[in-house]
Design a protein around this ligand. Structure first.
Ligand SMILES: C[S@@+](CC[C@H](N)C(=O)[O-])C[C@H]1O[C@@H](n2cnc3c(N)ncnc32)[C@H](O)[C@@H]1O
Length: 227
């Protein structure tokens, strides 16, 4: 199946509301487990490490990370202001401190937020890569933001071989969700990358310390260290 891009930012209030109310807890937990196992298998973090969650949305990953790493400085970056409003409300309700930054990856690449450059000890994203029209942006930005030895974990959907397979995945995993979510899920599967495409992206970015692998029937995981 050919890749079909979807809009990058999720800034439509109805879309944000449907996303924020949906239960992604199984997938979120899996991303968090992968992050913790990457951290456990990597050299010790500095005492007050900087963690950056790119395309953080309503904070599904940022907030649990802030809770489990109270000494870390957490930065959640998203281009969509309405997503960050939800994230900020949730952080306040949970008494967690996160620095929410409304900026696109393109803004960061242009040098906005210079205080982050070369400082990240951990860069994560969950369900971001498939949004990017130019995926190379994520990899060049990883280089720009990373401190030496930065740990990286990105988890995202991967593109099925056919539209029929995409529909089967939707029927299996989101049989009767709200119409907007079903539409977004199918669009996201079509916009996602195959493992071989991400391999080529990592090679082109010379990120030899990162590996990509398929997970489950619909995900891919990129993880490793920036050398
Ligand atoms: C599917 S949501 C995932 C949100 C969150 N990471 C989670 O796990 O629930 C993707 C998010 O990436 C953001 N996004 C997409 N493209 C972006 C870009 N170029 N710059 C910044 N944020 C972007 C969208 O606005 C949206 O909030």
């Amino acid at each position: 199946m050919q890749r079909v891009c979807e809009p990058e930012l999720m800034d439509d209030p109805q879309q944000v509301q449907a996303y924020a109310q949906a239960d992604f807890s199984d997938g979120d937990r899996r991303t968090l487990v992968l992050i913790e196992s990457l951290l456990a298998g990597s050299p010790a973090l500095p005492q007050a490490p900087l963690f950056i969650d790119l395309g953080c949305g309503p904070g599904n990953i940022t907030l649990p990370l802030a809770a489990s790493h109270p000494l870390a400085e957490l930065v959640g970056v998203d281009g969509a202001g309405s997503m960050l409003s939800v994230a900020a409300q949730r952080a306040a309700a949970a008494g967690l401190t996160v620095c929410w930054q409304q900026a696109s990856l393109q803004d960061l690449q242009r040098g906005d937020l210079p205080e982050l450059l070369g400082r990240a000890d951990l860069i994560v994203s969950n369900s971001l890569l498939h949004h990017l029209h130019q995926p190379g942006l994520l990899w060049s930005l990883t280089r720009v933001l990373a401190a030496p030895g930065c740990r990286v974990l990105h988890r995202d959907l991967r593109r099925p071989a056919t539209l029929m397979e995409a529909r089967q995945l939707q029927e299996r995993h989101l049989p009767d969700g709200p119409q907007l979510l079903v539409r977004d899920f199918l669009a996201s599967l079509q916009a996602a990358f195959e493992v071989s495409e991400v391999e080529a992206q990592l090679t082109a970015a010379d990120l030899n310390g990162l590996n990509v692998r398929a997970e489950d029937d619909r995900y891919l995981v990129v993880s490793g260290l920036v050398d």
